[in-house]
Design a protein around this ligand. Structure first.
Ligand SMILES: [Zn+2]
Ligand SMILES: [Zn+2]
Length: 367
């Protein structure tokens, strides 16, 4: 049995569709028929060769599918059997080894050198290991979650990987009730950072980004103020200070991917405040910072946030189910594309015409 899959053959090369063999399922493995797979900024960066990946690859790291087949008993984290017909999503990061220094001593499994990521670290020659395909091979040990009945798949995939990244980043801020928060960047990660900071009880919650439509959307996610990128950078800092009693924000989350946003975050945060950088998953270049004025003298806590663990993923699914009616993740899906139009989806995300584009490899399975 073969399944169609979008293959990214190399940096800046046009996408193509290949037929890929179904895997032989060993005990603990499963096969999903893909309902949705997201297109995110990372896929654009992958296509430009900004992250070393084993081309050719099948992109698509966060996906939702229907279980077609399992081999042996496959259990979810509750101990329930994952069976044919279940609608599931899965943690794209897996094979963290639980045996190395990072897993066991530093307890930072997102830095485990053995970890694998669907849609990113696998070559298409290894099989159906990316979401832009009619079927996805769940290797043994990949953690699947059945979508709760009240969680529409569109709500979850609308948030997509940005949900999980944002939850990890907001966790790292150690936000307290009523603290002020600035989120730099109004893309999918920034929107979910706003949503989760709002759910965490942020006080003044400022979204900075462009265009205006995304800032309006951020208000619906919970932002209390917005600042557009048409405002000169120095004036954005002045505006944040005016909104925070002249001090600067307690917390700033950088989710834009622009190098100068990191320097700006350090200007916007108050003395002794926290900055978390999660927008630089790929190499977007360098920026100059002033260690005396922006870090040491300010007594700033500056953290980088890389990847996600199962607990982030699990809680992100649960929060999307609980708050999907109030927080409009579902409306972030601004374009649906069949496999043959994956190149258009990538172009729409790159041009920022789409907040979230999704691939629907089996449109006949969607009701
Ligand atoms: Zn490890
Ligand atoms: Zn992503």
């Amino acid at each position: 049995m073969n399944y169609a899959a979008v293959v990214m053959p190399g940096a800046n090369e046009p996408l193509r569709i290949d037929e890929i063999d179904a895997p032989m399922l060993t005990p603990g493995a499963a096969l999903l028929r893909t309902l949705y797979s997201e297109v995110c900024g990372t896929d654009v960066h992958l296509h430009h060769g900004r992250l070393g990946v084993p081309f050719p690859i099948i992109p698509g790291h966060v996906s939702v599918g229907v279980v077609e087949e399992t081999a042996g008993r496959v259990l979810d984290v509750w101990g329930d059997v994952v069976k044919e017909g279940d609608v599931v999503t899965f943690l794209d990061v897996h094979e963290t080894c639980n045996a190395c220094y990072y897993c066991l001593v530093a307890r930072q499994p997102t830095k485990c050198p053995k970890r694998k990521v669907y849609g990113i670290t696998y070559s298409a020659t290894e099989g159906l290991l990316g979401g832009w395909a009619q079927a996805i091979w769940m290797k043994p040990g990949v953690k699947m979650i059945k979508l709760p009945a009240q969680l529409a798949p569109e709500t979850f995939i609308g948030g997509g990987c940005g949900l999980v990244t944002a939850l990890h980043a907001v966790d790292m801020t150690e936000l307290k009730l009523d603290e002020s928060v600035v989120v730099l960047g109004a893309g999918p990660v920034g929107q979910s950072c706003v949503a989760f900071a709002s759910l965490s009880g942020a006080g003044e919650l400022v979204a900075v980004g462009a265009p205006t439509t995304r800032l309006d959307f951020a208000r619906r996610m919970g932002a209390t103020s917005t600042i557009g990128l048409d405002v000169p950078a120095a004036d954005r800092v002045t505006r944040v200070r005016a909104l925070t009693g002249g001090r600067g924000a307690d917390v700033v989350i950088e989710a834009s991917g622009a190098p100068d946003a990191v320097a700006q975050a350090l200007d916007m945060v108050r003395d002794g405040g926290r900055v978390v950088v999660c927008g630089h998953y790929t190499d977007n270049g360098t920026v100059e910072i002033h260690p005396h004025w922006q870090l040491n003298r300010k007594h700033v806590d500056l953290k980088g946030c890389w990847g996600a663990r199962y607990d982030h993923f699990h809680r992100a699914v649960s929060l999307a189910a609980r708050h999907g009616d109030d927080k409009p993740w579902r409306e972030m899906v601004s374009g649906r594309y069949t496999l043959d139009r994956a190149g258009d989806a990538l172009a729409a995300v790159e041009a920022r015409a789409a907040l979230k584009a999704i691939i629907t490899p089996n449109p006949e399975l969607l009701v």
